[in-house]
Write a protein that binds this ligand. Sequence first.
Ligand SMILES: Nc1ncnc2c1ncn2[C@@H]1O[C@H](COP(=O)(O)OP(=O)(O)O)[C@@H](O)[C@H]1O
Ligand SMILES: [Mg+2]
Length: 229
Amino acid sequence: MLVELSNVYKNYYDGAWEVPVLKNIGFSIGRGEYTAVMGPSGSGKSTLLNIIGCLDQATSGTVRIGGRIVSGLGDDELSEIRAKKIGFVFQTFNLLPYLNALENVELPMSYAGIPRAARRDRAAALLKRVGLAGRLSFRPDQLSGGQKQRVAIARALANQPEILLADEPTGALDSGSGARLMELFRELNKNGMTILMITHDIRIARHARRVVTICDGELSEGEIYGFRE
Ligand SMILES: Nc1ncnc2c1ncn2[C@@H]1O[C@H](COP(=O)(O)OP(=O)(O)O)[C@@H](O)[C@H]1O
Ligand SMILES: [Mg+2]
């Protein structure tokens, strides 16, 4: 299994109160899977994704990435795992506004110490792969929402991650751009990329091969708001 969570709990402290957000999550993702996590707002979807992505830590339980227990590791080790194994895509794109598309995609490779010529070539190839070969020198404010998200996906793939984590990737897009983005996800998955995608939109979730639902911090397999497909 690429990702394995067992007995994972996450609590937040709200002043004096301890608020349970994830309750006894047992969840695994195999290599090559394409999974959607559905659930209403506030149900714990982003918390789950952030724990899998080593951006946050579980309160208790065990999290394994590629067989290695990551719960309890220090910040340096977690950021190394993030940089090498995980690609992130967010609803709000999170591109750097003063860098063009090529430079945004190059950035994680420059942190990883890849020489300039190699990272230029790879960034251009990635942008071509997401359909933006003609937009390399465009800055984010010169791109549509769908194009910005494609740049973000190319950036997420820059260091050849083992899994792509996408938190509401179509949340800021119109339905046409969202549908085209889902075609891209499907193609990336067909070519071997493991994908975990959060969405509260059933039409988006249906693009994944597997759907799990979170409600009040509890995860169940294969149910879409009570209906089985
Ligand atoms: N850093 C935090 N501190 C306190 N509470 C938080 C924090 N992050 C999330 N929460 C709470 O945890 C619950 C789940 O949040 P989240 O995982 O973002 O839900 P979703 O992504 O499903 O909308 C919410 O009630 C939210 O208010
Ligand atoms: Mg969220």
